[in-house]
Design a protein around this ligand. Sequence first.
Ligand code: MF3
Ligand code: CO
Length: 250
Amino acid sequence: MSVSIKSEREIELMREAGRILAQVHEELGRILKPGISTMDIDRTGERLIRGFGCIPSFKNYNGYPASICVSVNDEVVHGIPNKHRILREGDIVSLDAGVIYNGYHSDAARTHAIGKISPEAQQLIQVTRECFFEGIKYAKKGYHLNDISSAIQAYAEHFGYGVVRDLVGHGVGKALHEDPEVPNFAQKRKGIRLCPGMTLAIEPMINMGRADVVWLNDDWTVVTDDGSLSAHYENTILITEGEPEILSLL
Ligand code: MF3
Ligand code: CO
């Protein structure tokens, strides 16, 4: 395993990749409403990303057929956009996107409500976001990777939620997926010591019910085994000498 330390020049490019992706997510959040298809979201997302002069990093990644992963309700991640999949009032939808700007990647996800949703679903979305912020309390020089992982797990499980084990966060930079893996649950080992210049995608995937997930026959879509709702929140962050910088948030 080798964890890259980004130079000041690389960090500047990743900041821009992050800023652009944050704007893409803001714009996508605004088009969501009952009646649009998950394909509509992908089309708009790809147009926005290319409009910023970036490349959608997910497109054709290991054969993934779209630019935005759109995962509805019990879909955890990697939902494939489909023009026949229409969003309805009460749904929750996770949007995951990645861009490449001048050779550098950013990766971020948000979960949104479609119209009015149940208080339980609202809490799941909010707690999943809070899991990220619990985790990055430890995304600082001197802490270990497992400090982030443990904090995310403890926070989610306090609410009785299931923390997905089969998918993890990751280093990000010249490639979408770099070392190290960033699990959302405690490890037996402390993991690497965090150093300034490391860039990580921290991405809690949290189920309202059990943690178990299954893969659908489309080879991509990951759903909860028990059919419960799932939420996803992700940002690309930079470890610094002090507080972490969240690159994919405005
Ligand atoms: N954002 C996802 C991740 O963090 C990547 C999506 S996989 C793809 O790993 F195939 F859709 F690109
Ligand atoms: Co990611």
